[in-house]
Structures are given as C-alpha cells and as structure tokens.
Write a protein that binds this ligand. Structure first.
Ligand code: BT5
Length: 235
C-alpha cells in the first residue's frame, strides 16, 4: 500500500462486520478488511452476503470537512469503485444512484456510509470471484461478480490496493472541490439516466445525477429532486 489509506490496516479472517472494526479514535484512512462477515449489512437494516474468501469487504474511516455532505461520499466511492472495476475487467461500469456499481446491468458492488462520533465509516463490498450460485438470489437489482460477468478470476489484493489509491485520489478531489471534483467521471457513468424508475412509490423517468448529488426524476407532476432513498428501475 502506497498511499495514506490503509494506515493502519486491520485484517481478520472473520468478523461480524468490517464497519465495527474501526472507531473514531483511529486516524483518517484507517482500513478494515475481512474475508468473511457474519453480520454484513447494507443500508436500512438490509444484509450483505458473500461467501468467505470470495469478495472484497472493507471499511475506511474518514473525517470529511464539515461543509461537505456525507451522503455525497457514496457517489465519490462509486466513482472510485467503478474506475477500479473497469481497470480490472476492461469493461465499462456504471454507478446506480446512490450507492451501487453495476457491470452488465447487474450489481457488482455496494457502498454504505455510517456516521460514528463525527467520523464517517465508509463500507464497500465488491463481488469478485463468486460463482453464479454463490450470489444472493431474488435481489431487487440482479447481482453479479466480476467473475460471472467476465468468466475470469481475479487477484483480490491487487484490486484492493488499486481501490485504496483511487479512493484516496477521488476523496481528495471531493474534499477540495466537492462533487464538482469527481462529476465528469460520475455523470458519464450514470446508470439510471433515461431509465423508467420508481422512487418511494412515485414513478418517473430518471434524468440525471445533478451536480449537487441529487437524482432528478421527471414525473407526471413535474421534476422530482431526490435527496436519498431507494430507486427501483425497469430492466
Ligand atoms: C449496499 O446496501 O449495497 C451496501 C453494501 C455494503 C457492504 C459492505 S461490505 C463491507 C462493509 N461491512 C458491512 O457490513 N457492509 C459494508 P443496500 O443498497 O442496502 O443493498 C443491500 C441489498 O443488496 C440486500 O438487501 C440484497 O438484496 C442485496 N445484496 C446482498 N448481498 C449482495 C451481494 N453480495 N451482491 C449484490 N447484492 C447483494
């Protein structure tokens, strides 16, 4: 590891969740990784499932400046994950607002930002070497791994170190300039743009991720600017 992120670096074979391996006493950039989570979670009390040794499960402790909205961090992380997935696979990846990374219209990664005593614990899960029958079934967004999409297996350590550098770079841009600092790479990978979506029961046509991080959806009763929430899309 060559950058600031990953110092210190905590690694366990098994943990409840990497999110609880970090606490605000650690310096910014502290990273926790494990091979298997017994209590891996997504947003809104949902679970994150991955068989031992198959994927990348990590958390990073961050202390963003007070003027930056923590919710934007998900998008910043999305850009870093998408870029790293593209470098590994040679395929184009998209960011599904607010926190998923898609490859071949399937979810290959998810992110989570939790506040802990003024710090943010950013959690990222990337499906790397799972086979088809090792992915969760019946999810709202169909799940995939880099392996199921490309037919190859990957060195997870190489992807992880690439991700920590890319995340640090994108995070620093965001610290300095806000979402403008990553917007070109975000807007170009906007998965929902032009898709029919339902946001908290309201149907419409997704327009774009705006420069302020909100999702703009055109509905029968006019434009809707979504701050946070769950977006279902039609395939
Ligand atoms: C997320 O939540 O997508 C955020 C996932 C963050 C996971 C990382 S792993 C390291 C760190 N430690 C943790 O405990 N969490 C973080 P959300 O948007 O709420 O999506 C959760 C939903 O995705 C679930 O309800 C399932 O339907 C689906 N899901 C679960 N496991 C999945 C997987 N491996 N791949 C794709 N979809 C999955």
């Amino acid at each position: 590891m060559r950058g600031r992120f990953g110092r210190p670096y905590f690694y366990l074979e098994q943990c409840e969740t990497t999110q609880r391996m970090l606490d605000p006493a650690h310096p910014e950039g502290a990273v926790a990784v494990c091979e298997e989570q017994t209590d891996g979670h997504g947003r809104l009390g949902r679970t994150w499932d991955a068989p031992a040794g198959s994927s990348i499960l990590l958390s990073v402790l961050l202390r963003p400046p007070a003027e930056r909205r923590a919710a934007e961090l998900m998008l910043v992380a999305g850009v870093a994950v998408a870029v790293v997935v593209e470098r590994a696979t040679g395929l184009a990846a998209q960011i599904k607002w607010p926190n998923d990374v898609m490859l071949d219209r399937r979810k290959v990664a998810g992110g989570l930002a939790e506040l802990k005593d003024g710090a943010v614990v950013l959690g990222i899960g990337i499906n790397v070497n799972q086979q088809r029958d090792e992915l969760p079934a019946g999810t709202k967004a169909p799940a995939a791994s880099l392996r199921t999409v490309t037919g190859r297996t990957y060195d997870r350590a190489a992807i992880l170190t690439d991700l920590l550098l890319e995340l640090e770079l994108r995070y620093d841009f965001w610290r300095e300039r806000g979402l403008d600092g990553v917007y070109d790479d975000l807007g170009a990978r906007d998965f929902l743009r032009g898709r029919r979506v339902t946001v908290d029961g309201v149907a419409g046509l997704a327009q774009m991720i705006r420069r302020d991080g909100r999702l703009e959806v055109e509905t029968d009763s006019g434009p809707l600017l979504v701050e946070s929430g769950e977006v279902l899309f039609e395939r």
